[in-house]
Write a protein that binds this ligand. Structure first.
Ligand SMILES: Nc1nc2c(ncn2[C@@H]2O[C@H](COP(=O)(O)OP(=O)(O)OP(=O)(O)O)[C@@H](O)[C@H]2O)c(=O)[nH]1
Length: 658
């Protein structure tokens, strides 16, 4: 009988391709059949039975072989599907044996390779894994070992990751053989490496992010926070862990807002976005906070991820721009200068919490500064600073105006610049004062911008840049105001005498007559004309003629009251409105004007010059509402005075006027 089936079964069992239980059960069945066979052999038809038994045995072997092949295919398929392979390390012979599948399919070795010596096997391993595996072969584990990972060079050249589960086989008190079930885990290792790399990148990103990234549990205790927080908090990084924002010292307002937003996230599982103001030392920071829900594997809300971005500069920039626009609109809209300067101070203060700002303007003589705006300062201090002398060491502003540069006094109590006024300043609790000069576009000093604090303090670069920017806006406001005043002067004043010009005089006189009519008061007007002025011009020249006109305007200023209205109507013709003045009183005023003019002597190159003036006077009638009517009547009186010989006053009583 052929030994083949038995030998095959032995190999199959040895390679673990046929389950040992199946072999065991087959052997038991064969043993049970043996008595039957023997009893059959003892019978008459011995030869027949022997043949039949032979066939039966052949059939059994055939069935066994078919079953074995089937099992082997199944096992191979299973191994292939699972990317598994079987290797045997014979430690005595230092030889590695593997199924064709293992060596060919897993490692790409040629089909005929069924094994190799351990030295060659070791050379196939990655250099980093070689020593470890060599040690393993020399000191094999006595018990099964799982999850042993190593890299081996695939026949095609790339490194294949294998995971081995090692099973030692003991013989004669020694581990003789290591059976390794190998699994190709290259794809998994690549995935793991990629994931590790992604995780490292993520960590690097989180750790180096400008934003503060923090994770909170649902009781709002901090579980993680990146090191960006140290830019805004004195607490060491680990001190943040386990604490709620409230416990970390956030303000009541900020804590309440954060808790409210977290609660909304916990209720709705939706991301939140809001802004918070937090104080760090003397600095105020505005954070844009984004909260994201984080879920566990079961899909339940597990924690809250908070990404906080410092948007202080952006928000302050936006606020500054908006406030600047407001101020520029005020400037363009010709708002009164004091109001505009106050608005500028407020703008500065909103950018620098705790600061109190003031604007001081240089007086025309350049010797002192006048307090122009700064409502945040104590009223009594404002009064004290109404006029500040310009000098080399006169407080911050006086000194800044003197040297025309920024003066920073970080502590008034210890500054020699303030020593002279310490007793005056001390009661107000002001400790720091920085002053920056304000220059016009042509570098003329216009004033100073002062910033006060109640605590000793030096400005940051940003604060100085802001003050610089604000001084430029103040300069625009001041120059605009100056131009405006100049335009107004040009439109309303006579250039030679600086008296009201005709248009302005008529406009103001109209208002005056209206006021007089409403109050039922009396009102008189004077029409004045220099006598023979043409002769003065012809004789002395136009410049001297102008001198005479200016002189008479000065006479008018001296004689008339502040409440009177005076104007140059053109040429050598002047007019005045005297409110609450009767005709007789007006005539007296006119007489004084005439007298002063006629007694004046002006020096010229050809000797002294005298001049005279004729004046017509009229009083407003009760029914007169138009200034032209009254002026018309006064003009007639002037004509009368001229006719009567000049250098005289003419004014008829109301009954005879006209
Ligand atoms: N210097 C100078 N002369 C002026 C100005 N405006 C007008 N005049 C001159 O004043 C003179 C006015 O002369 P008239 O209107 O003839 O009158 P008058 O010579 O003063 O004679 P009566 O008014 O009749 O006394 C003219 O010669 C003008 O050129 C001015 O702003 N400056």
């Amino acid at each position: 009988m052929s030994k083949f089936p038995f030998r095959f079964a032995a190999v199959a069992v040895e390679r673990s391709l046929i389950p040992r239980t199946f072999v065991r059960q087959s052997a038991i069945s064969a043993l049970l059949c043996l008595p039957l066979l023997l009893s059959a052999l003892a019978a008459d038809q011995r030869a027949l039975l022997l043949g039949q038994t032979g066939w039966l045995a052949a059939l059994c072997c055939g069935a066994l072989w078919l079953y074995g092949r089937n099992q082997r295919r199944k096992a191979r398929a299973t191994l292939q599907d699972a990317c598994l392979g079987l290797l045997e390390f014979d430690l005595a012979q230092q030889y590695v044996r593997g199924s064709v599948h293992t060596l060919q399919r897993l490692l790409g070795l040629p089909a005929h390779t069924r094994g190799m010596n351990c030295a060659r096997w070791l050379m196939l391993l990655h250099p980093e894994d070689r020593q470890l595996f060599s040690n393993l072969l020399q000191h094999p584990p006595g018990t099964p070992e799982t999850g042993y990972e190593m890299r081996i060079r695939h026949h095609s050249g790339h490194w294949e990751w294998l995971e081995m589960n090692l099973q030692p086989t003991w013989r004669n008190g020694k581990v003789q053989q290591l059976t390794a079930i190998c699994r190709v885990i290259t794809a998994r290792k690549h995935d793991e490496a990629a994931m590790l790399q992604r995780e490292q990148q993520f960590r690097t990103l989180v750790e180096n992010a400008e934003d503060i990234i923090a994770r909170y549990d649902l009781e709002l205790r901090c579980l993680f926070i990146n090191r960006s927080v140290s830019r805004f908090s004195e607490l060491p990084l680990e001190e943040h862990l386990g604490k709620t924002p409230r416990q970390k010292g956030w303000s009541e307002e900020a804590s309440a807002r954060f808790e409210q937003e977290c609660q909304l996230l916990i209720n709705n599982w939706e991301a939140r976005r809001f802004e918070l103001e937090l104080q760090h030392g003397q600095q105020r920071h505005i954070f844009e906070i984004r909260l994201f829900p984080e879920f566990d594997k079961a899909g339940m809300l597990k924690s809250i991820l908070s990404v906080d971005r410092d948007v202080t500069a952006t928000r302050q920039g936006e606020r500054l721009l908006a406030e600047e626009n407001e101020v520029l609109e005020m400037i363009a809209g010709n708002h009164p200068l004091p109001q505009t300067l106050e608005q500028i101070c407020q703008m500065m203060e909103s950018q620098q919490p705790g600061a109190m700002c003031a604007v001081l303007l240089l007086e025309e003589d350049g010797q002192s500064l006048r307090f122009a705006a700064g409502l945040s300062l104590p009223p009594a201090y404002r009064k004290l600073s109404e006029r500040v002398t310009v000098g080399p060491s006169v407080g911050s502003c006086g000194t800044a105006a003197h040297w025309k540069r920024t003066i920073v006094v970080d502590d008034i109590l210890n500054s020699p610049l303030w020593a002279h006024a310490l007793h005056k300043v001390q009661p107000f609790g002001l400790r720091a004062c920085w002053s920056m000069p304000i220059f016009s576009s042509d570098r003329q000093l216009l004033g100073t911008l002062a910033t006060y604090y109640r605590e000793p303090r030096s400005p940051s670069q940003e604060e100085l840049a802001l003050a610089q920017r604000i001084t430029r806006i103040i300069a625009i406001a001041l120059q605009r105001d100056g131009h405006e005043k100049q335009l107004y002067r040009l439109a309303t004043q006579d250039g030679l005498t600086e008296l009201n010009n005709r248009r302005q005089f008529i406009e103001l006189a109209d208002r005056e007559i209206e006021r007089s009519r409403r109050h039922g008061g009396r009102m008189s007007v004077l029409m004045m004309d220099l006598d023979r002025f043409k002769d003065i011009n012809d004789h002395y020249g136009h410049a001297i003629g102008d001198e005479v006109i200016r002189h008479f305007s000065q006479v008018c200023r001296e004689v008339l009251r502040a409440s009177d209205l005076c104007g140059r109507l053109g040429g050598e013709e002047f007019a005045a409105v005297l409110p609450d003045t009767s005709l007789d009183d007006a005539r007296q005023v006119a007489e004084r004007l005439r007298g002063l003019a006629s007694s004046a002597r002006l020096a010229t190159v050809t000797g002294t010059l005298g001049y005279t003036v004729s004046i017509g006077v009229a009083e407003r009638r009760a029914d007169e509402t138009d200034i032209d009517e009254v002026l018309g009547r006064a003009d007639k009186q002037l004509y009368q005075a001229k006719r009567e010989g000049r250098n005289r006053v003419s004014g008829a009583a109301l009954a005879h006027s006209g």
